[in-house]
Design a protein around this ligand. Structure first.
Ligand code: 5GP
Ligand code: MN
Length: 349
């Protein structure tokens, strides 16, 4: 079970008490856990009467729209759309919550403005190796499902167990973030995760509605694209590395929304001989990379060594920039074959 340093908890309580203007930050390309942990914390701070803004580098994918209620909507500041507003808010806030990322470079274009803010910084995260010097207080735990789960235990601790003081919207957001990061209880499930789920169900969170919103409202094109990718594009190397490439051409053929490729990368792991799976999507001068691995193979090390990224042991991501790492998308398959062969035979002992 998660245990907290009492001094860190007391310091957090004091920082929250003293603050009037709070910024909530999360990583670029926000996913369900990024939004869940951030929105969960947001609703709690709003209930205390704080002025709060959720600040994103870029917008969340469409399938997470259901998490963004009008209160969250009006609080949102997106750097890609309003860099001046973001900078102005970060200059005047006095507390920052850093949710679901371990170093400021994960904020991409938001990094500079966030770093120049004088506000205190509290980290709530579950990625390995946080940049400790970048934060004032760290709640960093890797043996946990998600930042959303850690946020739940953090809030329970600072409320001294009185979770009935948390708004319902906060609980729903945390359950949603935990659900997406565990892939609906398929990965990274700890005893504490099931306990959290149980407590949230007890508190009246509607899990059926969350599952409906997450998994039953996708487009027809998404399913047809998935069929095409699994049938015609998937390749498996002799080292047990599966990879799928989604070109801009296929994206035009099967128009889907940002975020609708979520889950594709996991599918080849169902094959016995596959140890690691890579999904790459052509995106504006680069190939975005998602990696998932089975135990014994490190997605994190492969992403860091070959794909300018990182993440968790079994789930990581990165990118290949055209003309820097590879000439163009056409060369990505060769790059993946060669780099993963080296990785699987040399580095991954
Ligand atoms: P996804 O494949 O879902 O985009 O990312 C999987 C995991 O890897 C997430 O926890 C995400 O935060 C992390 N991740 C994705 N891209 C990067 C990256 O470029 N750098 C680092 N350090 N982590 C990443
Ligand atoms: Mn996460």
């Amino acid at each position: 079970m998660v245990s907290f340093d009492p001094q860190n908890i007391q310091d957090s309580i004091n920082l929250i008490r003293k603050s009037t203007t709070v910024a909530l930050l999360t990583h670029m390309h926000p996913d369900g856990d990024a939004m869940g942990s951030t929105i969960g914390m947001f609703h709690y701070l709003e209930s205390l009467g704080k002025e709060c803004r959720i600040i994103l580098n870029d917008r969340y994918p469409h399938f997470l729209e259901f998490m963004v209620d009008p209160q969250v909507q009006t609080s949102l500041l997106v750097h890609e759309e309003d860099p001046v507003g973001v900078k102005a808010y970060l200059e005047r806030c006095d507390l920052t919550f850093c949710m679901d990322f371990n170093r400021f470079s994960r904020l991409e274009h938001l990094e500079e403005a966030a770093k120049t803010s004088k506000a205190h910084r509290i980290l709530i995260d579950h990625h390995p190796a946080p940049a400790a010097e970048e934060f004032d207080l760290l709640f960093s735990e890797t043996a946990i499902s998600s930042a959303s789960e850690l946020t739940w235990w953090f809030l329970k601790e600072i409320l001294n167990g009185e979770t009935s003081r948390l708004p319902k919207a906060s609980l729903t957001a945390l359950m949603t973030g935990m659900t997406t990061d565990t892939n609906n209880f398929a990965n990274s499930v700890f005893p504490s995760t099931l306990q959290m789920a149980s407590e949230l169900l007890e508190a009246g969170v509607d899990r059926d509605e969350i599952l409906y919103n997450l998994y039953n409202r996708l487009s027809e094109n998404r399913l047809r694209l998935m069929g095409h990718l699994m049938q015609d594009v998937l390749e498996i190397t002799e080292d047990g590395v599966a990879f799928i490439l989604l070109s801009e051409e296929d994206q035009k053929r099967y128009p889907i929304r940002e975020g609708e490729t979520e889950g594709f990368v996991n599918m080849p792991l169902s094959i016995d001989c596959v140890k690691m799976s890579i999904f790459s999507r052509e995106d504006n001068g680069k190939a975005r990379i998602s990696i998932r691995s089975k135990k014994g193979t490190s997605a994190n090390r492969c992403a860091a060594r070959w794909f300018n990224g990182g993440g968790h042991e079994q789930a990581a991501g990165g990118r290949l920039i055209f003309r820097e790492d590879v000439p163009s998308f056409k060369e990505v398959p060769d790059y993946i074959r060669t780099s993963t062969h080296k990785f699987m035979t040399e580095d991954n002992e």
